[in-house]
Write a protein that binds this ligand. Structure first.
Ligand SMILES: *Cc1c(COP(=O)(O)O)cnc(C)c1O
Length: 537
C-alpha cells in the first residue's frame, strides 16, 4: 500500500472553522459598480466579488490560536501586556533560532506568579539586538510599533531625510533595493531621495514549469555588481542605506537566497553602509531557502530566519504580510549598529524616531494598534514559521501558476511566494498592444466585469511609465498580479480563476485599452485616479 505522501495529491493541512458565503451578483451589477467607481480596482466594493486577489495584505484568515488570543488583548494606554509579549516574540523569531523562550505562554496560560512575570516579561532587561528591553529601550529606543509597513517606512525616511540634508544640503541621496515596493519607493521620493531598483539579471529568463518543485533560481536577488557600480558611481556618502526586500514583491514575489543576502551584506559592510530588510515576507523567503538552497534542507525555518537577520542592521516590516495578522507594522534596528552610529552623531536616532512615532501614531507601546491586534500579531509570528503551514502556502501558489502555464497563459516562473504574476507583454503578443495603453489594466477590468475576480496591474500604469524618464522606465516591469490571501482559498477557487483567466487569454484581442480619465498626475495614482476602458472590437 502507498504511503500518504505517495498518493500524488497534497495531504490536507487544515480545516475550516468559520465560513463566509459569497453573494450572487450579476454581470450587469458589476458593470454598474465598475462605471460608478471609475474602473478603479481599489474602489470596487469587495462584498460584490467572488474572488479577491487584489492583495494578500491583511486579507489572510487568522488561525484559531490567533482568534483566541484576542481576548488576552490589553487596551491600556501605557505598557499593555501585549507590548511585552510582542517584543519577546520578535526576539524569539528573528534572533533566537531553535531556542525561542515563548514567554507569550505566560500570558496565554494566565500565569499568576508576579515575580516570574516581572523577571521574564515586564521588567526584562535586554540590549545589543533588534529589541532593547527594560531601561535600555527607554535610553536607546530601537523597536517601533506602527499601524502598517508604510508607516514604518515613513517613520524611517522622514526622520533620516532632515539629518542628511543638514549634513550636506546640496547632495542627492540614493536608496538601492533589489526591488522597491510602491509605498517604499513613494516614501523615499516624498522625502527627497531617489529610489534605485537593482533587479536580478535572470528575472525574465525562461523557467520550465515542471521544475518548480525541484529547483529555484532565486530571481529576487539583488544584482551585486550593479550595487557596487551604483555605490562607486554615486559615492558612498550618497547612499545612506541599502535595502533588500524579502521576498521581492515588485519582482514577481521571487525569493532572495542566503548567498545573495551574505554577498550584499559583505558589500554594505565594506563601505560601512547600513543594510536593512524590507522583511514583509521573511517566513516565505526562509521556506524557499530551506527548500532550494544548498545546505539548508536540514535547518529549521527559525534557524534560517536567524541567519538571514544576522546579516542586516535593521528592518521595516508589515505584519499584514506572511499571514501574520490583519494589521500592524514595525521598525527595528540593531542596538549600537551601523545605522545607529551613522545617524546618531547629532542626537540619538532612536529618540528622534520615537518622538516622531508618538507625534504621528501613538506612544511606543501600542503605535496606533489596538491591544487585541498586538496580541494577534505576537501569536501570528509563531504561526507563520510553522513549516507545514509554509509548505502548503507555497504549494498553493505554485499550483495556481502551474495550472495557468498548462493552459499556456504566460506567467512568471517559477511562482513566487505570495502571488502569481502574468507577463503582460507576452500575454498580448501578436496584438496591437503598446506599453502605454495600459492593456494590463484592461485585462483586470474585464476579469472583474465578466467573472467577479479582482487582480491588480503592477506595470506601466501603477508605476507611472508616462511620467518617467527613459532611465527610470528601465525599473518598470509590466505585470498583472494575483496576490493570494493565506488560508482563505482552496483548489476550487484556483480552478475557477484559471478557467476565467484562460477564457480572457483566448479573447485577448477584445481586451480594451485604458485611459486615465481623472488624476493622471496624482502621486501613487493607481490608488486614486479614474480610468476609462476604450473598446474598439
Ligand atoms: C505591503 C508591503 C509594504 C507596505 O506594507 P503595508 O502594511 O501595506 O503598509 C512594504 N513592502 C513590501 C514588500 C510589501 O509587500
Amino acid at each position: 500500500m502507498k504511503s500518504m505522501n505517495e498518493l500524488n495529491v497534497p495531504v490536507p493541512t487544515k480545516r475550516s472553522l468559520v465560513v463566509r458565503n459569497n453573494k450572487e451578483v450579476t454581470k450587469e451589477q458589476r458593470e454598474t459598480a465598475l462605471k460608478e467607481t471609475e474602473y478603479s480596482m481599489f474602489s470596487f466594493p469587495a462584498d460584490m466579488l467572488i474572488l479577491d486577489f487584489l492583495s494578500d495584505s491583511g486579507s489572510s484568515s487568522m488561525t484559531d490560536l490567533q482568534w483566541a488570543s484576542l481576548f488576552h488583548g490589553d487596551e491600556s494606554y501605557g505598557r499593555n501586556k501585549g507590548y511585552y509579549v510582542l517584543l519577546e516574540a520578535v526576539r524569539d523569531i528573528f534572533e533566537r533560532g531553535n531556542e525561542p523562550k515563548k514567554s507569550i505562554n505566560l500570558i496565554l496560560s494566565g500565569e499568576t506568579n508576579v515575580k516570574k512575570l516581572m523577571e521574564e516579561l515586564y521588567l526584562k532587561s535586554h540590549e545589543g539586538g533588534f529589541v532593547n528591553g527594560g531601561i535600555h529601550q527607554l535610553a536607546r529606543p530601537n523597536a517601533f510599533l506602527v499601524p502598517q509597513g508604510r508607516c514604518a517606512e515613513h517613520l524611517l525616511f522622514s526622520t533620516i531625510a532632515p539629518i542628511l540634508k543638514e549634513r550636506d544640503p546640496n547632495n542627492a541621496y540614493y536608496i538601492p533595493n533589489n526591488g522597491h515596493f510602491d509605498t517604499t519607493e513613494a516614501n523615499i521620493a516624498a522625502n527627497g531621495m531617489c529610489p534605485v531598483n537593482l533587479f536580478s539579471a535572470n528575472l525574465f529568463e525562461d523557467f520550465p514549469s515542471d521544475q518548480m518543485d525541484v529547483k529555484n533560481p532565486f530571481k529576487g536577488n539583488m544584482d551585486s555588481k550593479e550595487l557596487i557600480n551604483c555605490i562607486e558611481d554615486k559615492g558612498v556618502e550618497s547612499i545612506p542605506l541599502i535595502y533588500l526586500t524579502i521576498t521581492n514583491n515588485t519582482a514577481a514575489g521571487q525569493p532572495v537566497s542566503l548567498k545573495n543576502i551574505k554577498a550584499i551584506s559583505k558589500i554594505a559592510n565594506s563601505y560601512n553602509i547600513p543594510l536593512f530588510f524590507d522583511a514583509c515576507r521573511f517566513a516565505e523567503n526562509a521556506f524557499f531557502i530551506k527548500a532550494f538552497e544548498e545546505g539548508y534542507s536540514n535547518h529549521s525555518i527559525l534557524e534560517i530566519v536567524k541567519e538571514m537577520f544576522s546579516y542586516v542592521d535593521g528592518f521595516t516590516i508589515s505584519f499584514k504580510k506572511d499571514g501574520l495578522a490583519n494589521i500592524g507594522g514595525g521598525l527595528f534596528f540593531r542596538d549600537r549598529g551601523i545605522f545607529y552610529e551613522k545617524f546618531s552623531n547629532n542626537g540619538n536616532i532612536g529618540t528622534k524616531l520615537k518622538e516622531k512615532q508618538i507625534l504621528t501614531f501613538g506612544n511606543d507601546s501600542y503605535g496606533g494598534l489596538s491591544g487585541r491586534a498586538i496580541m494577534s500579531i505576537a501569536v501570528g509570528l509563531y504561526e507563520v514559521v510553522k513549516e507545514q503551514y509554509l509548505a502548503e502556502r507555497i504549494r498553493q501558489v505554485r499550483e495556481f501558476a502551474l495550472k495557468l502555464s498548462q493552459k499556456r497563459v504566460p506567467v512568471i516562473l517559477p511562482a513566487g511566494g505570495h502571488a502569481v504574476y502574468i507577463n503582460v507583454a507576452k500575454f498580448f503578443e501578436g496584438t496591437d498592444m503598446k506599453i502605454d495603453d495600459f492593456r494590463g489594466v484592461g485585462f483586470t477590468i474585464e476579469l472583474l466585469k465578466h467573472y467577479g475576480i479582482r487582480a491588480c496591474e503592477l506595470g506601466p500604469f501603477a508605476f507611472e511609465w508616462d511620467k518617467k524618464t527613459p532611465e527610470q522606465r528601465k525599473g518598470i516591469l509590466n505585470l498583472v498580479r494575483f496576490a493570494i490571501p493565506r488560508n482563505v482559498y482552496d483548489s476550487s477557487h484556483i480552478d475557477y480563476a484559471v478557467a476565467a483567466i484562460t477564457e480572457l487569454y483566448h479573447n485577448r484581442e477584445k481586451i480594451p485599452k485604458v485611459e486615465v480619465s481623472r488624476g493622471a498626475n496624482l502621486r501613487l495614482r493607481h490608488f486614486q485616479s479614474g480610468l476609462k476602458p476604450i473598446y474598439t472590437k
